[in-house]
Design a protein around this ligand. Structure first.
Ligand code: IMP
Length: 191
């Protein structure tokens, strides 16, 4: 009898929160996600998709194994999409307090989280997947779960921030979970 083995996928990241969220989704599709130290250069571009695709292109020249790159960011509408691809930098510099202050006198507090997953295998970039989660930036920090902007992001239709949700609650609606599910469903049909 043939033994069933799950497909190994390498994730190029240093962010273990991202890894946990992605693993939690991909486990359901029998995909075995592993963290590898393979990060490509992060170019400057407005869309997280362009950033992830460039990084995947580079990584594909260095490995024949299956891998994904995930790049994400928060796009605040009244700030013309800022910080977008600069989310990690802005988080480290002005921080969540700085973002809340920037929005203090703005009525429109709507924002979107974007996640781009790019899949590569056998030394080639294969396909890209996008997930978007709409919501609002809150007026103060709430909750201690998750990471990054979670304490100030309330997804549309919910009355609590991502940081007030368990991982599985966040994974029902988050940008990253949408991109990951689309990827896994595509892989199931196409491999
Ligand atoms: P990168 O994808 O590693 O370039 O980092 C994107 C940055 O966006 C992270 O460091 C976080 O600050 C922020 N970010 C991306 N996704 C999330 C999320 O699901 N929750 C909170 N912050 C996030």
């Amino acid at each position: 009898m043939q033994e069933l083995t799950s497909k190994k996928i390498n994730l190029a990241t240093k962010n273990m929160d991202k890894y946990e969220e992605l693993r939690n989704i991909l486990d359901n599709f029998d995909l075995d996600l592993r963290v590898v130290d393979l990060k490509g250069t992060e170019i400057q571009a407005f869309s997280v998709l362009s950033v992830a695709e460039q990084s995947a292109k580079e990584i594909s020249t260095r490995t024949d194994e299956a891998f994904i790159v995930e790049d994400s960011g928060v796009y605040i509408n009244s700030l013309y999409g800022f910080p977008g691809p600069y989310s990690a930098f802005v988080y480290k510099t002005i921080g969540l307090g700085g973002i809340v202050r920037l929005l203090k006198n703005r009525e429109d507090k709507t924002a979107e989280f974007h996640s781009a997953i790019v899949y590569g295998d056998k030394g080639k970039v294969v396909k890209s997947f996008i997930g978007i989660c709409e919501g609002n930036i809150s007026t103060n920090l709430q909750g201690d779960q998750g990471f990054g902007y979670d304490p100030i992001f309330t997804p549309k239709g919910k009355n609590k921030t991502f940081a007030e949700m368990s991982l599985s609650e966040k994974n029902q609606i988050s940008h990253r979970s949408k991109a990951a599910r689309t990827f896994a469903e595509w892989l199931e049909k196409n491999q």
